[in-house]
Design a protein around this ligand. Structure first.
Ligand code: KIV
Ligand code: ZN
Length: 501
């Protein structure tokens, strides 16, 4: 198994996204998460670009111990001096210097010549080498550079001491076979290539950043430059999670040191701190990456997850696949969710509830748990052991709330009264007294959750109450709805009791 080094540039190329700038504390938090994820190199910033970037490289160098800390520079002495100063505390340090390699950059960006640029490239590497052993050279816009000239440049910088040579497809122009062939050509024609690691740095302007990086690896690159969630300039960079999971899923003869179970938490951290939401269909980490919504797929996944999933969500730190209930869902999906909520239905009840479910799903985009509870309230016609005949409460300032309940339990009537710190508390205590009197339960359940919501708005609105009752290590859900909030609360409690009894 050959090792592929993961060079993470979330904090440099990723941070160049407009509106995603981080402060030093946030950068340290991300750097620590990247360290525990197992990246080999953290590109911590471009120190000459701002005092904030300079300081961040210093602080990240102090906070992070295992990965190499890398600082970016142009092929300019002042940039390199600044990078050297910012890396003072890094245990393992790298300077990443470079210059444009394509004719378009040479002519229009630098207004220079190939010869002059080559000289500046070599001088920069030699200068950086005076301060650090590990020098990475980037040939900017290598994706559009003349191959002969690129070969000459890479050979010259390796001779000057570069330990890693980065071949960026800066504009995301290459197709996978083009990028792969470029790497192969360099591997075969740069005479001293065995003295350096080739690094693939790809941009996503045509949606090919990951494919290109993998083509680079297939042809000899042994480092990939990535960002978490693929964030970066314009359409972004190669995404860390994609390359890591491609190698694992296809069982290639090369792999990374990444602890894949930390992918999802790290992805969330980066998205949150950078204020950069992840598109729902983003591979591996998007909200829908493991969500199944069509009936055929849901049925297939419930029979065997692998029918429609090539990655186990647990492997990337996601708790489980998701079966989304919508108008396209089938009976298997509905039954799966009903069982999860504690409803065990007979086939005839499943048929009936599925019809009701489809009616509801046609008018609502997504069906949530509370919708299912409401649906079950309407569908299940099994006689209840506990029935509420009367709810009477006295409350208000400065009275002490008191409730009187009349309940029918297994056909026998029980009338009870209790005080509480509010009308709902008093009513629940009165229900408990009736349950104790009827001896239907040895102990009482614990009320784990009580949620009251208005259906729409207005003081005349219908209230919905959801409760969660815990009894003998199992959770039971109860639901009630009424314009009277105390009645809705009692209904929910009695509904939960009926289920557990
Ligand atoms: O895309 C690019 O060329 C870069 C270099 C600075 C490495 O990000
Ligand atoms: Zn880049």
């Amino acid at each position: 198994m050959q090792k592929i080094h993961i060079f993470d540039t979330t904090l440099r190329d990723g941070e160049q996204v407009p509106g995603c700038q981080l402060n030093t504390v946030e950068k340290i938090e991300i750097a620590k998460a990247l360290e525990s994820l197992g990246v080999d190199v953290i590109e911590a910033g471009f120190p000459i670009s701002s005092p904030g970037d300079f300081q961040s490289v210093i602080e990240i160098s102090k906070a992070v111990k295992n990965p190499i800390i890398c600082a970016l520079t142009r092929a300019v002495k002042g940039d390199i001096d600044s990078a050297v100063a910012s890396l003072e505390y890094a245990k393992r340090k790298r300077i990443h210097t470079g210059i444009g390699a394509s004719d378009i950059h040479i002519k229009y960006k630098f207004k220079s010549t190939r010869e002059d640029i080559l000289k500046r490239a070599v001088e920069a590497v030699k200068y950086a080498k005076k301060f650090v052993e590990d020098v990475e050279f980037y040939a900017e816009d290598a994706g559009r550079a003349d191959l002969e000239y690129l070969t000459q440049m890479i050979e010259a910088v390796i001779a000057a001491g570069a330990t890693v040579v980065n071949i960026p497809d800066t504009t995301g122009y290459n197709l996978p076979h083009m990028y792969g062939e470029k790497i192969k050509y360099l591997k075969e024609h740069v005479s001293n290539i065995d003295k350096a690691i080739i690094s693939a740095h790809c941009h996503n302007d045509l949606g090919l950043a990951t494919a290109n990086a993998m083509a680079g690896v297939a042809n000899g690159a042994r480092q990939i430059e990535v960002t978490m969630n693929g964030i970066g300039e314009r359409a972004g960079n190669t995404s860390l999670e994609e390359v890591v999971m491609i190698m694992r899923t296809h069982k290639f003869p090369y792999d990374t040191n990444i602890n894949a179970k930390k992918i999802y938490p790290t992805s969330r951290l980066v998205a949150n701190l950078m204020n950069m939401p992840i598109q729902a269909n983003k591979a591996i980490v998007g909200k829908n990456a493991f969500a199944h919504s069509s009936g055929i797929h849901q049925d297939g996944v419930l029979k065997l997850r692998e029918n429609y999933e090539i990655i186990d969500p647990h492997d990337v730190g996601i708790a489980s696949s998701e079966i989304v209930l919508s108008a396209r869902s089938g009976r298997a999906a509905l039954n799966h969710h009903l069982e999860r909520l504690g409803y065990t239905l007979k086939p005839i009840q499943i048929k009936k509830s599925y019809e009701k479910f489809l009616e509801l799903a046609d008018s609502k985009k997504q069906i949530l748990d509370e919708d299912l509870h409401m649906l079950m309230g309407k569908t299940l016609t099994t006689p209840k052991r506990l029935e509420t005949k009367l709810v009477e409460v006295v409350c208000g300032y400065p009275l002490k709330p008191m409730a009187t309940m009349k309940m029918l339990i297994d056909g026998a009537e029980h009338t009870t009264s209790a005080n509480g710190n509010g009308p709902v508390d008093a009513a629940y205590k009165a229900v408990n007294l009736a349950v104790a009197e009827a001896k239907v339960l040895k102990t009482l359940p614990v009320l784990r959750e009580f949620l009251i919501q208005a259906m729409t708005k207005g003081s005349d609105d219908v209230s919905r109450v959801n409760v969660q009752l815990e009894y003998k290590n199992k959770v039971y859900f109860g639901f009630g709805s009424d314009t009277d909030i105390v009645v809705a609360a009692v209904q929910a409690y009695v509904d939960g009791l009926n289920k557990l009894i």
